[in-house]
Design a protein around this ligand. Structure first.
Ligand SMILES: *Cc1c(COP(=O)(O)O)cnc(C)c1O
Length: 301
């Protein structure tokens, strides 16, 4: 079903600094999978959908906030595959749905709003038990696809990464995508992860859980200094960086994930983190629809 993605391309970025430092930089454009759906999200859903007997009338239930790329990706994927889906949304129903939630409903997802307090308790058995009763045959996918099956799906992204690559860079929210990449990385490759949340202190446990501790710690580099104040926080500097990146290289990024990752990569480059001769691949995980929440004119693209 979703295993072939003919739209994915690899974009080469070139500038004086890269030439000076003798580094090759490429971007794997998973954002090209779909204009609205984040590339990595579709991979994370792969095994949930693949294993599903559609005739059995299953319902997929998952969770997210009003701007969740995961919710909209689930809605889209379910629509493509003819599966009923329900999105449990954090917070009371707003008067006006966010762009993200509008897309979810367009793709046929039923939305169920629950209070922040109830949302906080969503993992507890009472609540999931209730959902199982309410929706017969429900399959519950954790928020952000944060599960071993999600990481396995994300590991398929490595099929798009050439062996000659020495460093793979990605943004991390739940870390599921990063864990998938790490589990499928070649021995000579390094993974550099840029958390977009402030104080993601349990990241080591996340990698352990998602990979079954099956990875080499030496290949994992977490660079925590590029969250710009926390999840979905931004500064003028970040926005300027994203505009410049687009103006100079035609590379659109989102302010929640990929803009921060690219900023981090360029900063590491300036600080000689990468040795001459390195071939660096940044995973553009998508998320561009999130930019619609910015005031018009903030970005030049
Ligand atoms: C969700 C998302 C991420 C983070 O993925 P995780 O697997 O949760 O770490 C990165 N980039 C974009 C664009 C996303 O939508």
């Amino acid at each position: 079903m979703l295993s072939s993605h003919p739209n994915i391309t690899t974009q080469t970025i070139d500038n004086n600094l890269l030439q000076q430092k003798k580094i090759q930089l490429q971007v794997l454009r998973l954002d090209k999978v779909h204009p609205i759906i984040s590339g990595n999200k579709i991979f994370k859903l792969h095994y949930y959908i693949e294993g599903l007997d559609k005739k059995a009338g299953k319902t997929i239930i998952t969770f997210g906030g009003a701007y969740s790329n995961h919710l909209v990706a689930t809605a889209y994927t379910c629509k493509l595959n003819g599966i009923t889906c329900v999105g449990i949304v954090r917070g009371e129903a707003p008067k006006q749905l966010s762009h993200t939630l509008q897309h979810c409903t367009e793709y046929g997802m039923q939305l169920q709003f629950i209070s922040r307090e109830a949302y906080h308790q969503k993992e507890n058995n009472d609540f999931t038990g209730q959902l199982q009763q309410q929706y017969e045959n429900a399959i519950i996918i954790p928020e952000g696809g944060y599960a071993i099956a999600g990481a396995k799906g994300a590991a398929l992204i490595m099929n798009h990464v050439a062996d000659e690559i020495t460093h793979i860079c990605c943004a991390a929210g739940t870390s599921t995508t990063a864990a998938g990449l790490l589990s499928n990385i070649k021995p000579h490759q390094q993974l550099i992860v840029f958390p977009v949340l402030k104080g993601l202190n349990d990241i080591d446990q996340r990698f352990d859980f998602l990979t079954g501790k099956n990875f080499n710690k030496e290949q994992l580099h977490i660079r925590d200094g590029y969250h710009f104040g926390g999840y979905a926080k931004k500064t003028v500097e970040l926005i300027q960086f994203m505009n410049t990146l687009y103006n100079e290289h035609w590379l659109p990024t989102d302010f929640v994930y990929t803009g921060k990752m690219m900023y981090g990569v360029m900063n590491l480059l300036q600080n000689n983190f990468f040795l001459p001769g390195s071939k660096v691949l940044c995973i553009h995980t998508g998320g561009l629809q999130g930019n619609l929440s910015l005031p018009a004119g903030t970005l030049t693209f």
